[in-house]
Write a protein that binds this ligand. Sequence first.
Ligand code: IMP
Ligand code: MG
Length: 185
Amino acid sequence: MDREIERVLLTETELSERVSELGAQVTSVYRDKLGAEPLIAVGMLKGAFVFLADLVRNIELYCEIDFLTVSSYGNLTESSGQILIKKDVSFDARGRHILLVEDIVDSGYTMNFVQNMLRARSPASLALVSLLDKPSRRKVPVTIDYLGFSIPDEFVVGYGLDFAGRHRNLPYIGVLNPAVYGSAD
Ligand code: IMP
Ligand code: MG
């Protein structure tokens, strides 16, 4: 195992089982809800790219894909609460059924901002699926409609999540060795 990883928190098998359950859940909820317009899954770049790719292959409905990139100033492991849109979605949200796809909700600043922004555009519905949640870190409220796993307050990487750009390509979710960022804070 990589020396920057302290331990594995969620294995590849645990992830794939949970992601297929989430896909089935989304499928059953939206099956009768969608009109002529397909569902649109909006992945939060970059962290959600792996989760989104696995999730949509478990959704058995017509489903469009889009992406949103935001940045938040802060240090390496904590958000400052100031969110900036770096790349907006490329569709007209009015009347659409939007499923936001996020890797992890931490302070909640990012999802709180994005949910308010998209809700103001009058979609037919707006829901959030997040692979991970760190509820003990919440600063502002966020409703997570579909959740993969609730995890303790530890910095995790892999399956799309990074530290300083590294480890997104790990097939599992691991706890970062605190020695890696301890000196950077
Ligand atoms: P929030 O705005 O504090 O909720 O932060 C959400 C964003 O911070 C996520 O989309 C991640 O990009 C990043 N983040 C929060 N916690 C972690 C973590 O444990 N590992 C990797 N990235 C994280
Ligand atoms: Mg993110």
